[in-house]
Design a protein around this ligand. Structure first.
Ligand code: MTE
Ligand code: MO
Length: 322
């Protein structure tokens, strides 16, 4: 994402220092417990291995493939996708994968509230087992004019809506990411109105393409992809696809997203992909395909017009693409 401001140098330094100082603190703790470096290294190794083995949803993967969602181009290799991310909670650059390992994904409770029959809090591990998991190949077009393709696993957003039982007063679904500056150093940056927020209309949420994502590449989501639960709205610019969701609310008012709040003249609520409507500071006509480096034409609704154009019939064209 591009946002016009000069980051104060102290903010960069503090941000980069944090994960390392966390490591140094762990080492100091083990030493103060009377354990030598060899033991410390062993501890660190076991911890890592256990954390992986212990993913309580690993048995759900690979999920059944939904053949209706295929692609006209090759998949972006996992190695490339997993090392080129936007996750501002862990840094304002693309190489945040290492920092994002600080994200603690268990326990992970989701709050479902607002205009619903009965507000609830549900553990992610409970929720995911109630939902019909499948895998789909999706495109992803970032507003910054790069794109990738990815095999997501998840379930239709409409199934989550049905589970939540919104009342007839609900007009939008509002999503919120966790807020925990100790776990996500980027959230100490006061220039951003944390937590990250995004939203869709009820009609958009009911569209088959709107997908709640719990895995990628046939396994539970890597932390840098927004574990344990995010969304994918492939006809919209990537910033709409909010990561690491903690709260889902049904509301009457159009939610204001983080990027919209920062720079409303550049990032709007609808953010549907359109090659003919430039971002105020760059063209959206072409995109750079992440894994090939090719520059290819961008398509209206990122190529998903057949499924989603109907959502916007009769609406003011000038508002839909920003
Ligand atoms: N919470 C949160 N969600 C987020 C972002 C973010 O910074 N924080 N970045 C968005 C942007 S701009 C993009 S392009 C995608 C990137 O997803 P990826 O890293 O899995 O490719 O996540 C979106 N969701
Ligand atoms: Mo993006």
């Amino acid at each position: 994402m591009v946002f016009i401001h000069r980051r104060p140098t102290w903010a960069i330094a503090e941000h980069l220092a944090t994960p390392e100082s966390a490591f140094l603190n762990r080492r100091a703790l083990l030493q103060s417990m009377g354990l030598g470096m060899a033991t410390a290294a062993m501890f660190a190794g076991t911890r890592g291995a256990r954390a992986q083995d212990a993913d309580p949803t690993a048995d759900l993967y690979p999920a059944k493939k939904n053949e209706a969602y295929t692609l006209d181009r090759s998949l972006t290799p996992e190695k490339i996708n997993a090392n080129y991310n936007n996750f501002y909670e862990y840094g304002t650059y693309k190489e945040i994968a290492a920092n994002a390992q600080e994200l603690k994904t268990r326990p992970w409770d989701l709050e479902i509230g607002g205009l619903v029959e009965k507000p609830m809090t549900i553990g992610f591990d409970d929720l995911v087992r109630k939902m019909p998991l499948e895998s789909r190949l999706y495109r992803h077009r970032c507003v910054e004019a790069w794109s990738m393709t990815i095999p997501w696993t998840g379930f239709p957003l409409k199934d989550l809506v049905a589970f939540a039982k919104p009342t007839s007063a609900a007009k939008f679904v509002r999503f919120e990411t966790f807020l925990d500056p100790a776990m996500a150093p980027g959230q100490n940056d006061f220039l951003y109105p944390w937590p990250y927020v995004e939203g869709v209309t009820m009609a958009e949420a009911a569209n088959d393409l709107a997908f709640v994502v719990t895995g990628a590449y046939d396994k539970p989501l890597l932390k840098q992809f927004g574990a344990p639960i995010r969304i994918a709205l492939p006809w919209k610019y990537g910033f709409k696809s909010i990561k690491s969701i903690r709260k889902i609310e049904f509301v009457e008012e159009q939610p204001e997203g983080l990027w919209q709040a920062i720079q409303p003249s550049e990032y709007g609520f609808w953010a549907n992909v359109n090659p003919k409507v430039p971002h105020p500071r760059w063209s959206q006509a072409m995109e750079r395909v992440l894994h090939t480096g090719d520059r290819v034409p961008t398509l209206l609704f990122n190529g998903y017009g057949e499924q989603v154009a109907g959502l916007y019939k009769g609406m003011d064209e000038s508002t839909l693409y920003m």
